[in-house]
Design a binder for this molecule. Structure first.
Ligand SMILES: Nc1nc2c(ncn2[C@@H]2O[C@H](COP(=O)(O)OP(=O)(O)OP(=O)(O)O)[C@@H](O)[C@H]2O)c(=O)[nH]1
Ligand SMILES: [Mg+2]
Length: 460
């Protein structure tokens, strides 16, 4: 096939996608979640449940399955030829290996397409046609890059002000004080602007990595400082937010502003344009448990980060991203992940706390009349809840060494914890997968309800 023919074929495939969307036969599902939220595990779990739906008796709330109308699901090639396919098989291989483990943290963007074949249940369609198809696109990407999104709406000066304010709060103060002192000293001693800014940017990058690794903080920008991808060592990353108590030398300003603007135009915009376009359904995935365990600073930052992020997704007019992407998202699932790490009785508390954390975003969704629902799910459930004779609720699972363990099931606060609760702290288990090859579908928590909410109306 010639290049032109290939191009024509791809264009016609894209056109068919759009037509299918119009006919309600195509869903592009965005999973919005920060690094470690559980996106890859959730996508793997969703694929597992769809592909093996008819071998499973654990999907009672997915109507198309429970009404026995699902004829099958299969993976098909995506129409986005420039994007790697999501490596579902490797994720499953990792989970079911002889020494099982979680899939690796994601390093790049990938996409996968599933086709569901089902029998319509009502109207003329059920009489006229035997089967219908629904195409579902799922995208995976490194969570670090998502948080660049709010930077698109700011100038370098505004971004610097915001980050400087943040650097004075809580644990950040101690992390960034020394770095700021080094910036101040460099102004005095600076010889070569490019070289100095490069050194200070690398230094800033290390402080951001400490924020993540040592303190579990979330609002970390720019994302490529944490995971550079193809930009490792590129001059595009030689910038950082200017500390507002220091005066900025004119020559430095030009360079920092130019790099910031380059980053916005050449890194953030294409990333979102290429991979975050045309969604019609969204999951906002949040790992509440890790944030609770990391402490109040972490949970506050998670709230701030998600609030800023969702603002960029504004569903109404005037939003920058609306203009950039024109999203048509009409249904949003707000999801607390890793729900298998607590007992089922705690799931309503998880949902309530998630609702509080996302209050600002919920108001925004209400305002735009976008339908949303709160969930507590587990993409891949590795802990099984149980009750002892004395009523104690326990979790059974495997520790990181692969040893079977039984632990008391921890609780989740339904509201923002008070000072006393923070002083006591929260601790959640970190159990590991222990599955055998061929065990599909792997266990989950409430993915059937999530599938029903996100796809149910398209499978009637
Ligand atoms: N118990 C339990 N742990 C989970 C679940 N999902 C994810 N985890 C844990 O959370 C870690 C991160 O999950 P990922 O799916 O890699 O998170 P991600 O959002 O893809 O993260 P990035 O790729 O870094 O953006 C995993 O390695 C597991 O330790 C779940 O359903 N149950
Ligand atoms: Mg991932």
């Amino acid at each position: 096939m010639s290049r032109t023919e290939k191009l024509a074929e791809q264009v016609s495939k894209r056109a068919r996608d759009l037509l299918d969307r119009g006919l309600d036969r195509h869903v592009r599902l965005a999973v919005t979640g920060l690094s470690g939220a559980g996106k890859t595990a959730l996508l793997t779990g969703l694929l597992e449940q769809m592909l093996y739906a008819n071998d499973s008796n654990r999907l009672p709330y997915w109507a198309v399955r429970s009404e026995r109308r699902l004829q099958g699901a299969r993976l098909v090639p995506s129409s986005q030829w420039s994007v790697a396919r999501f490596d579902y098989e490797t994720a499953i291989a990792a989970l079911t290996a002889e020494t099982p483990g979680w899939p690796q943290s994601t390093r790049d963007v990938s996409e996968i397409r599933v086709e569901l074949k089902y029998k319509p249940n009502k109207g003329l369609a059920s009489k006229l046609s035997d089967t219908r198809r629904l195409t579902l696109d799922l995208i995976d990407y490194p969570g670090e890059w998502l948080l660049d999104l709010p930077m698109l709406g700011l100038t370098y000066q505004q971004w610097s002000e915001q980050q400087s304010r943040l650097a004075q709060q809580g644990v950040r103060q101690q992390i960034f004080a020394d770095w700021q002192a080094r910036v101040a000293a460099s102004i005095e001693q600076s010889q070569d602007t490019d070289e100095t800014l490069r050194r200070l940017a690398r230094d800033y990058q290390q402080q951001l990595q400490r924020c993540k690794q040592e303190f579990g903080l979330y609002f970390l920008q720019p994302g490529r400082h944490l995971l550079p991808g193809e930009l490792a060592d590129a001059p595009a990353l030689d910038f950082f937010p200017w500390p507002q108590h220091l005066s900025l030398p004119a020559a430095w300003r030009d360079s920092l502003e130019a790099k910031f603007s380059y980053y916005q135009q050449q890194v953030i915009k294409p990333f979102y344009k290429n991979y975050f376009q045309d969604y019609n359904r969204q999951i906002v995935l949040v790992d509440l448990l890790s944030a609770l365990q990391a402490g109040e600073d972490a949970l506050s930052e998670l709230r701030l980060a998600l609030g800023e992020l969702m603002k960029s997704f504004e569903y109404g007019n005037n939003s920058l991203l609306k203009r950039l992407l024109s999203p048509q998202i009409d249904r949003v699932a707000l999801v607390a992940s890793k729900a298998d790490h607590v007992a089922p009785e705690q799931h309503s508390a998880m949902r309530q706390l998630l609702g509080q954390l996302l209050q600002q975003s919920r108001q925004q969704l209400d305002f735009e009349r976008i339908s949303y629902q709160l969930f507590a799910v587990s993409g891949i459930a590795v802990a099984q809840p149980g009750k002892l004779a004395d009523g104690t609720v326990v979790l059974d699972g495997c520790d990181e060494a692969g040893q079977r363990v039984r632990i008391g099931a921890p609780t989740v606060p339904a509201n923002w914890p008070d000072r006393e609760a923070w002083a006591q702290g929260f601790a959640y288990p970190r159990l590991s997968p222990q599955f055998v090859s061929g065990q599909s579908p792997l266990p989950h928590v409430r993915l059937d309800q999530l599938l029903e909410y996100l796809l149910g109306d398209k499978l009637l």
